[in-house]
Each structure stands twice: as structure tokens, then as C-alpha cells.
Write a protein that binds this ligand. Structure first.
Ligand code: SF4
Length: 243
């Protein structure tokens, strides 16, 4: 039987999820429970709005082919549907489309190696550089994420790193220095983005009856963000790739 992807939604012309304008496929289902998640409606795979074959998804992409530079498969967590991602990448490559996978790296490498090899790049979300803090923030440790990054280094796969700048969690000088030290070990990283935590969309959690443990946490100020970027820019290998 033909594989069908469980899909949350699509964005035809996304400008922030990889290089250039991109068609973004948001896959349904995520094993993490990040305290700041704005899309808890993407958590349960059974809540998928669409169940489509890779060919059916590509029909949607085909409609905007002349406008886009590539496709990003995001989520939820796309790599829990690794086989579907592999098939979609194969079709995109037939049309010479660049494909990025936007992932938290939570799925074990045993299941994701093939899709990582096929993709043109990864956008990897390092939730927290300290394992125990990562568990507090997301419900799971960062071992699998680090193993994913190690594998990308081994096969020289391009990676963009993302981290949400969250006061009292990731936004601490010492932790940002740890992150900087850690990232300098990876020559496959070509971009590092610090994304300021924001509260837009948190009402979705309330609508779904999910507790907001960050109700007392304010977004970082512009100065906070500049300060955090400056800490990472203090690492020579990162100064030209941090934003
Ligand atoms: S990885 Fe993304 S989708 Fe999953 S819980 Fe975290 S923020 Fe939400």
C-alpha cells in the first residue's frame, strides 16, 4: 500500500525556513512537549488534517514551482515519518529542488540516517545544550539531537542551528558560552539563529487546556537578544554565521 504522510498544514511561499522562498510542509506529530510550543495542535499524529501520498503533496508543490528555491519539511517533528520524507525528497530531487529538513533531532539515528543522507540540509533545533535542562524544557534529553549533529559532521551535511532564546532557560551567559564552545566543534554548521521567545500563539495552549508554565516569563528585550548574539560572536568560528 502506498505510504501516506500525516500532515498538519502547508505554506506555499515560506521565507524563514531555509534558503530563499520555500514550500513548507508541516508534518503532524511530535514526541516533545516544549514549554514554549505554539503549535500543540501538531503533537498528536491522529489529529492530522491531511493524509496524502508523497505524489499528492508534490502536486501542491508543483503549483508554485516557478516561485520557489526549495522545499522544507518541518513539523511537528517530520522525522517520525522518515519513510514518507524519503519518498518526498526523491520526487523533489527529480525536479532539482533543494530540500531542507527542519527537526529537533529527537528521533533515533537508526531511523533517520537515510533521510538525513538524502536531504540537502538540516535545520536543527538545539533546545538546550545541558541535557537535564533540555529534559525540563522539552520532556526529553538532547542526546539524540547531538548524535544527529555528529552524524551530519561525519557525512559533511550542511546544518543550520536554531535555538529559542528563553529567559531563565537558554538565555544565560554561561549557557550561551557553553553553546558557543559546543558549536565550534562542527564545521558542517553554516548558520546559527537565536530566536527570541515570544508569546504570540500561546492562546492555542489555553484553548486546548494545556498548562502554560511560562505564564510569568517575559520575552527577551532587543538588548537581551543583542547581548546573546554578542556572546556567540565572541567565538571566532561563529562570528560570521550568527544572527
Ligand atoms: S519540537 Fe516543535 S512542535 Fe514539538 S513540542 Fe517542541 S516546539 Fe512544539
Amino acid at each position: 500500500m502506498k505510504i501516506k504522510g500525516k500532515i498538519h498544514s502547508f505554506e506555499s511561499l515560506g521565507a524563514v525556513d531555509g534558503p530563499g522562498l520555500r514550500f513548507v510542509v508541516f508534518m503532524q506529530g511530535c514526541p516533545l512537549r516544549c514549554l514554549y510550543c505554539h503549535n500543540p495542535d501538531s503533537w498528536h499524529i491522529s489529529d492530522a488534517r491531511f493524509q496524502l501520498t508523497p505524489e499528492e503533496v508534490f502536486e501542491k508543490i508543483h503549483g508554485v514551482l516557478t516561485f520557489i528555491e526549495g522545499v522544507t519539511i518541518s513539523g511537528g517533528e517530520p522525522l517520525i515519518q522518515a519513510d514518507f520524507c524519503c519518498e518526498l525528497i526523491d520526487i523533489c530531487h527529480k525536479y532539482k529542488l533543494h530540500v531542507a529538513i527542519d527537526t529537533s533531532g529527537i528521533v533515533s539515528l537508526k531511523k533517520t540516517k537515510t533521510v538525513i543522507e538524502k536531504a540537502d540540509m538540516l535545520i536543527l533545533d538545539i533546545k538546550d545544550v545541558i541535557n537535564d535542562d533540555c529534559k525540563t524544557l522539552t520532556g526529553a534529553g538532547n542526546e539524540s539531537c547531538i548524535a544527529t549533529l555528529d552524524f551530519c559532521k561525519k557525512i559533511n551535511k550542511e546544518v543550520w542551528i536554531r535555538q529559542v532564546l528563553l529567559p531563565e532557560y537558554t538565555m544565560k551567559d554561561e549557557k550561551l558560552k557553553m553553546l558557543g564552545t559546543f558549536l565550534t566543534n562542527y564545521s558542517c554548521i553554516t548558520k546559527v539563529e537565536l530566536l527570541p521567545y515570544h508569546t504570540l500563539g500561546l492562546e492555542k495552549r489555553e484553548e486546548l487546556g494545556i498548562e502554560n508554565k511560562l505564564s510569568k516569563t517575559s520575552p527577551p528585550t532587543e538588548q537581551d537578544v543583542i547581548h546573546a548574539i554578542d556572546i556567540l560572536k565572541g567565538f571566532k568560528k561563529l562570528e560570521d554565521i550568527i544572527s
